[in-house]
Design a protein around this ligand. Structure first.
Ligand SMILES: CCCCC/C=C\C/C=C\C/C=C\C=C\C(=O)SCCNC(=O)CCNC(=O)[C@H](O)C(C)(C)COP(=O)(O)OP(=O)(O)OC[C@H]1O[C@@H](n2cnc3c(N)ncnc32)[C@H](O)[C@@H]1OP(=O)(O)O
Ligand SMILES: Cc1cc2nc3c(=O)[nH]c(=O)nc-3n(C[C@H](O)[C@H](O)[C@H](O)COP(=O)(O)OP(=O)(O)OC[C@H]3O[C@@H](n4cnc5c(N)ncnc54)[C@H](O)[C@@H]3O)c2cc1C
Length: 596
């Protein structure tokens, strides 16, 4: 299995390298080789971006060509057995020895072992290691080091390195995630990635970057990329589920009628059409987020880190919500396919196992939403002090006078309704924190006591951002389209707004003048819109344009030969190679004869 995966991975990587394409394309094409993930993904997904983001030009000149030419194969080892979220609590140490101009890497105890890095188990020979930097007896916090862990000729672990694979997981079982421990392992001073901080030969620590969190830059990059990845993942799943629902016929609602396509059931449309809309919403939002990211990078190149906090808040909540929505909606696609959706050959289980992992890695859902909430509360306090708000928080102004937003069920009105919900929930959090402090709590405890509400406020802010970006970008991008295309894409973005308005009626009742009658109208409009989208449903998923080789699904292939493909795959199962398994003769027959 591992050998096959590595072969496929190299065919994929070298093939793309010959075409001179960039790593995002690599990520896309690797889907044609892997149902889960390539053992080389971390090399291009994090090892290369970290060299670019954390190394000086001189260090890049040394390491980047080796990495891009696959002369070295890398991964990103930050998480440890004992810590993943709390980076400042990482235990691996890198202590500078001025007499030899080296860092000594140590794994103090079991919980300090690096754990999880993709490709570390058997594939990588280098890795980025986040370790607590000590020099002249002072700890300067976690810093990135580039470390060779295996001999590039023999692939044997170097002396002082303990490395291996962490074992089977829910998914990602082609990623050879590994563990890594150091026993007084020495690396040259120059292996500290020195773009944001340096250690001179005599061991003097020199802080270069103005912002203390630029070391975390790779994580921001990957979070931004993951939003796009989720759109792609969900688009694959809903292509499979909609095509299958067009083939599958089941039950007899009317006695004298043939069994209908299950796609004709309103409940099936309710399960699936939000998945089509969400794939579009996340794709458009990811492009908007990428443009925001590149803008902040440009500012930072000019020495201006003022826009970084908003980017961190946006990338945190969009990564959290896109991965959470995608996991839930891929599972919904699986539910919509009945028993056959549970077959591995449908590819829905693999898509789900990949998506649900993203809710955790690169920053746990709750933790990242709390990071966004931290920014939202700070922004509210700055608004109270009369300071300007950042663009994505302009809507907070409307809440200043505390008046309730009047409900307007137009698409633009619903977007404003979500703004009001976000503003109201952030304001409620600020009120809760202040109440606890007035009752004698310190700020940290008052914050902790409000965290359930803070996670909800961050989700509401993120939903408001997605709704606004999805609506605006759809209008902008369809301006030149034919009336037919414009109408269908407008239906999808309206469906997204109606779906989430119905999901959040409690909040809208609390923070706008929404009435029970308005809710009845929303429900009726939503159901009518499902019927309008039905005739275009298969065309809409065909428009995602996935080849069968990429979908890898018995249920979702373009030709609709579902039952034939299910049987073809079943007959390939090893258990079907012989009519009678040898277990019958070894165990079952003796048992039947009372001989066990
Ligand atoms: C080829 C294409 C590839 C596409 C991608 C495809 C696949 C992905 C590739 C690989 C995926 C597979 C493997 C996964 C890899 C990993 O999981 S790597 C490990 C990831 N680990 C994490 O994400 C850990 C999450 N934890 C954190 O980020 C921090 O610990 C946390 C922010 C949660 C808390 O840290 P802490 O030091 O406690 O910070 P504070 O809460 O005190 O905040 C201090 C201030 O710093 C600001 N800040 C925090 N993080 C950032 C950041 N990333 N950028 C900018 N600023 C940041 C924070 O807002 C605070 O600011 P203020 O004090 O409020 O001003
Ligand atoms: C498939 C996969 C691949 C991975 N690949 C890599 C890799 O290549 N390199 C790498 O370095 N890491 C990798 N990771 C590790 C990943 O980054 C961590 O698992 C992730 O950051 C979560 O940290 P944790 O596991 O310590 O969870 P924890 O943070 O321990 O979370 C456990 C629970 O505690 C809660 N919690 C934690 N902190 C707080 C808080 N402050 N407030 C409220 N609740 C909190 C969480 O919400 C969660 O419910 C991978 C993980 C997975 C699943």
């Amino acid at each position: 299995m591992y050998g096959q995966i590595v072969r496929d991975g190299l065919v994929n990587v070298t093939g793309i390298e010959d075409l001179g394409l960039t790593s995002p394309v690599l990520q896309r094409t690797s889907d044609a080789f892997f149902k889960e993930i390539s053992p080389f993904l971390l090399h291009f997904g994090m090892f290369v971006p970290t060299i670019i983001g954390q190394c000086t030009p001189e260090q890049q000149a040394k390491w980047l060509p080796l990495a891009m030419d696959l002369k070295i194969i890398g991964t990103y080892a930050q998480t440890e057995l004992g810590h993943g979220t709390f980076i400042r609590g990482l235990e691996t140490t890198a202590t500078y020895d001025a007499s030899t101009e080296q860092f000594i890497l140590k794994t103090p105890k079991l919980s300090s072992y690096k754990w999880w890095a993709g490709g570390l188990g058997k594939t990588a020979n280098h890795c980025i290691v986040l370790a607590q930097l000590y020099t002249k007896g002072v700890c300067h916090g976690p810093h990135p080091f580039i470390v060779q862990i295996r001999d590039t000729e023999t692939h044997m672990p170097l002396p002082g390195i303990k490395v291996g694979e962490i074992g089977p997981k829910l998914g990602f079982n082609t990623a050879d995630n590994g563990f890594l421990g150091f026993e007084d392992f020495r690396i040259p001073r120059e292996n500290l990635m020195m773009k944001n901080a340096q250690v001179t030969k005599d061991g003097t620590y020199v802080k270069v970057a103005r912002h203390g969190k630029l070391t975390y830059g790779t994580m921001v990059f990957v979070r931004v990329m993951l939003v796009s990845d989720m759109a792609y993942c969900l688009a694959k799943a809903v292509t499979i589920a909609v095509r299958y629902s067009a083939v599958r016929r089941q039950s007899q609602p009317k006695p004298d009628q043939p069994e209908p396509q299950v796609l004709d059931y309103l409940t099936q449309q309710h399960k699936l059409f939000i998945c089509i809309s969400t794939a579009h919403a996340m794709k458009l939002t990811s492009t908007w987020l990428w443009n925001t990211f590149t803008g902040v990078l440009a500012d930072m190149r000019d020495g201006n880190t003022d826009t970084l906090p908003e980017l961190h808040a946006l990338s945190s909540c969009l990564k959290a919500i896109s991965t959470s929505d995608t996991s839930a909606l891929i599972e919904q696609c699986r539910f919509a396919c009945g028993g056959h959706g549970y077959m591995y050959s449908s590819n829905l289980p693999a898509l789900y196992s990949f998506a649900t992992a993203t809710r955790t890695y690169e920053g746990d859902y709750t933790v990242l939403l709390l990071q966004t909430a931290r920014f939202l509360v700070k922004s509210w306090e700055q608004m109270d002090e009369g300071k300007p708000l950042t663009p994505t928080l302009a809507y907070l102004e409307q809440s200043r006078n505390g008046s309730q937003v009047s409900w307007d069920d137009s698409p633009e009105g619903i977007v404003r309704g979500f703004d009001a919900v976000a503003a109201g929930r952030i304001g409620a959090c600020v009120k809760s924190i202040r109440k606890h402090i007035n009752n004698g709590m310190d700020y940290e405890d008052a914050w902790q006591m409000t965290t359930v509400q803070l996670v909800g406020a961050a989700e509401a802010h993120c939903r408001a951002v997605i709704c606004r970006v999805y609506r605006d970008e759809t209008a902008r991008l369809t301006a030149g389209c034919s009336p037919g295309v414009k109408a269908v894409l407008d239906q999808l973005s309206t469906l997204y707004l109606l779906y989430w308005a119905l999901e959040r009626t409690g909040d809208l009742l609390r923070f706008s003048s929404l009435s029970e009658r308005d809710i009845e109208n929303l429900q009726a409009r939503y159901e009518a819109l499902l019927l309008k989208i039905r005739p275009n449903a298969v065309g809409l998923v065909d428009a995602f344009d996935f080849r069968d080789e990429v979908l890898m699904s018995t249920l979702g292939s373009y030709d609709g030969r579902v039952y034939e493909r299910l049987m073809e795959e079943a007959l390939k199962t090893p258990l079907n190679r012989e009519p009678v398994s040898d277990s019958f003769h070894k165990y079952i027959k003796p048992m039947m004869q009372g001989k066990l």
